[in-house]
Design a protein around this ligand. Structure first.
Ligand SMILES: [Mg+2]
Length: 402
């Protein structure tokens, strides 16, 4: 392994302290106890191409990195810099759960869903990364250890409100299949048009994709809240019977859990998946108890990070509901999701993964390494914290250009 070399390179690039003082605590083999009284000295947020990144720096000369949900850009940065930073600077990063509570409840009136947990995620993931680096341990070990070290990914293809043609959608799905993915999902994004469309474009996409990928690849359809309950049930049955669609995501509004429950009860041949717009453990509790969906699907960069995701995983396990990570970001979000899924006993078969192409090239160049993706399988990163080595100087330069 060259983790020591990559750490040294990363430390030099972060440049928070002279290199020599960072060597011992940053290597797992050194086993030097972290300073028990370590303090957070700075929080910096960066809006770069296709990501909003947060760096939390400690007086041990070690930083951790996190990622906010992508929506919001400058708004997210303002939230982090003006509202959340003051709650953590000067505090001990090992108190991550208490810091999460402070960031959340001190700003609760600004909205417990959406922007607030999206922003908290950046700091929270950075705090877990920092803790792992201080201790020389991967995050999954701090979450109780791992049940698995790799997870199958499904390739996720948006049709962008119909702007992606059926042919282009098929091409994207086939790219995933050719890489070895065993499942693809088409995000129909109906709700952004109108509800209960007639004619419904869903069937044309499902038919063409199924024909192209053949019978053995799992086909998922995400209706993005697009139907009433009655239409969702009729649509789900047709998708299953004609195109063997076995995962049906957000068939109805995720704000209407009574309808979600009705749809789940009616479509017992399919797994009904929901949860990407649940931002707190209480919303996940309602989704489970009232909606009773089959698979719980929260997003680590939306729910306030690893702290709240770990609580959601425990809650889901109480109800024997497998959790699967909604994940549209290929770097920090993917690594954080893998640590959460690795350390959770009951998980679904897949994790979401986006199409890379040129979309994420600029973001990928900010990292010295990337999460290993092999034949459609994502491997849990090794090394302390998230296991990703970010080029801090490149991030700062990219943010200055944005
Ligand atoms: Mg979705």
């Amino acid at each position: 392994m060259n983790s020591r070399r990559t750490f040294l390179r990363s430390a030099a690039l972060v440049g928070a302290v002279p290199l020599a003082s960072t060597v011992a605590p940053r290597t797992a083999a050194a086993a030097v106890p972290a300073k028990p009284d370590v303090k957070i000295t700075a929080v910096n947020s960066y809006v770069v191409d296709r990501a909003i990144l947060v760096e939390v720096t400690s007086d041990a000369g070690i930083s951790g990195w996190g990622e906010c949900a992508f929506d919001g850009g400058a708004l997210m940065k303002t939230f982090v810099d003006d509202r959340l930073k003051k709650e953590v600077v000067g505090k001990n990063p090992f108190d991550v759960r208490r810091l999460w509570d402070t960031m959340f409840f001190e700003n609760h009136d600004l909205g417990p869903s959406g922007a607030l947990p999206n922003a908290i995620a950046g700091l929270d993931i950075a705090l877990w990364d920092l803790k792992g680096r201080l201790l020389g341990q991967p995050i999954c070990n701090l979450l109780g250890g791992k049940y698995r070290d790799k997870i199958e990914a499904y390739g996720s293809v948006p049709i962008r409100r119909g702007r992606v043609s059926v042919d282009d959608c098929v091409r994207s799905c086939m790219k995933f299949v050719e890489q070895g993915f065993k499942a693809v999902k088409v995000r129909i994004q109906i709700r952004e048009h109108f509800m209960n469309p007639d004619p419904d474009p869903t069937f044309a996409y499902a038919a063409a994709v199924r024909k192209a990928i053949g019978p053995d690849i799992v086909l998922m359809i995400d209706a993005n809240n697009g139907y009433s309950a009655q239409r969702a049930i009729a649509t789900g049955r047709k998708l299953f019977e004609r195109y063997n669609v076995t995962y049906f995501e957000d068939p109805v509004s995720d704000q209407n859990l009574v309808e979600m429950r009705d749809v789940t009860a009616a479509l017992h041949d399919q797994d009904i998946v929901a949860g990407e717009k649940c931002y707190t453990r209480w919303q996940i509790k309602d989704l489970i108890v009232q909606g009773n969906v089959d698979i719980i699907n929260p997003d680590v960069v939306k729910v306030g990070g690893i702290t709240e995701m770990d609580r959601m995983a425990t809650l889901s396990s109480c109800f024997q509901k497998p959790i699967q990570m909604h994940n549209t970001r290929p770097t920090i979000s993917t690594a954080a999701s893998l640590h959460c899924m690795a350390s959770t006993p009951l998980v679904a078969r897949f994790i979401e993964f986006p199409e890379l192409g040129s979309t994420f090239d600029a973001l990928m160049r900010l990292f010295h390494n990337r999460v290993k993706l092999e034949k459609g399988v994502l491997h849990l990163p090794e090394g302390p914290g998230l296991g990703l080595e970010i080029d801090g100087a490149a991030v700062r330069a990219a943010a200055a250009r944005s």
